[in-house]
Ligand binder design. Structure first.
Ligand code: RIB
Length: 334
């Protein structure tokens, strides 16, 4: 590996001059700058950014560690966060824990070693030991898609209890009494809170029967499996609310495959309002989360916390979800 010493020796200048050419070119004469750059090009020297950041004590890189990069919701979160990072002249790297605790732990350990400026994190499980260990690194983090409970950090999320209630209330108002709820793993507080909202809303209007199906992963394949299970429930539900749009798209696929009409035979509601919700074969009613705003807001909080300018107080930002009604629950005129 070509080092800064090799460049200095070949160009006949000091190591400090090479460092200035790379980091503060305006302080070096044009002649020296072009001679050193020619040697950098010739030797193929690449600056050791992590070493520079360690020396400088302040990294210019934020990290986003998401629960499932296969879910467009987190892509939209990443898009918003990246915009905010770019506006602040910072870089952002995105990592995917793929809903696995071991992968989340190893990424957090790597990010601590790399001394990144801060981490935006949608945790796989409860505030578990990997988060404890990362907290000891002293690197600030902001929870995304999860509400902070102990004031140990900022967080940006949506009111998932209200989100679940909006979905259930909509189905109840349409006259559905046999309702299924396809939920993700209860280890995720978002999923527990969506179910809490569903139960609160249905308790307000007695006469409903709720069938809850829990799946291990919040993805399309699990939605397809849940759809097959719904077809076996007796009496069959006439409506289903899914904990996110990927599950809802999987349920929709299962119904189309079984010749079950949506919404006539089964109304479907999703959650997140990802782009594919409106583009589905039967456009999906969904509880919208402002994903890009969640990402942007979380990044701005982390940038403020790590700017070293003025006081920073941890804040818990909770956005309100919004029900977007489309064909998958709209009672079609017969
Ligand atoms: O984070 C758990 C779920 O909440 C994700 O699947 C995403 O869809 C969000 O709604």
């Amino acid at each position: 590996m070509v080092g800064i010493k090799d460049v200095a020796r070949r160009a006949g200048v000091s190591i400090g001059t090479v460092s200035n050419v790379v980091n503060r070119p305006h302080v070096v004469s044009a002649v020296t700058r072009s001679r050193v750059n020619a040697v950098i090009e010739e030797l193929g020297y690449v600056r050791d950014e992590s070493a520079r950041q360690l020396r400088a004590g302040s990294s210019r890189t934020l990290a986003l560690l998401v629960l499932d990069l296969g879910n467009p919701f987190f892509v939209d979160v990443a898009r918003g966060a990246e915009e905010a990072a770019h506006d602040a002249g910072l870089n952002m790297i995105t990592c995917n824990s793929a809903q696995r605790v071991d992968r989340e732990s190893s990424y957090l350990a790597m990010l601590a070693e790399q001394r990144v400026r801060g981490v935006l994190l949608s945790p796989v499980g409860p505030q578990d030991e990997s988060l404890e260990a990362f907290g000891r690194s002293g690197i600030p983090y902001v929870l995304v898609d999860r509400k902070a409970t102990t004031g140990e950090c900022c967080s940006v999320s949506v009111d998932d209890v209200l989100g679940g209630a909006l979905a259930a209330r909509h189905l109840a108002e349409q006259g559905h009494t046999e309702i299924a709820f396809v939920n993700g793993p209860s280890v995720l507080v978002q999923c527990r809170e969506r179910e809490e909202g569903v139960r609160k809303a249905l308790a307000e209007v007695p006469g409903h029967h709720l069938s809850v199906l829990e799946v291990a992963a919040l993805d399309v394949a699990s939605g397809r499996d849940a759809g097959a299970r719904i077809l076996g429930i007796s009496p069959r539900p006439t409506a289903v609310f899914c904990a996110n749009d990927l599950l809802a798209l999987g349920v929709l696929q299962a119904m189309v495959g079984a010749g079950v009409r949506v919404p006539e035979d089964l109304a479907i509601v999703g959650y997140d309002d990802i782009e594919f919700a409106s583009a589905a074969a039967v456009p999906l009613t969904s509880v919208r989360q402002p994903a890009a705003r969640i990402g942007e807001t979380a990044a701005r909080l982390l940038i403020e916390e790590t700017s070293g300018e003025g006081e920073h107080e941890h804040r818990t930002v909770v956005f309100s979800p919004e029900l977007v009604v489309r064909d998958s629950t709209r009672t079609r005129r017969r």
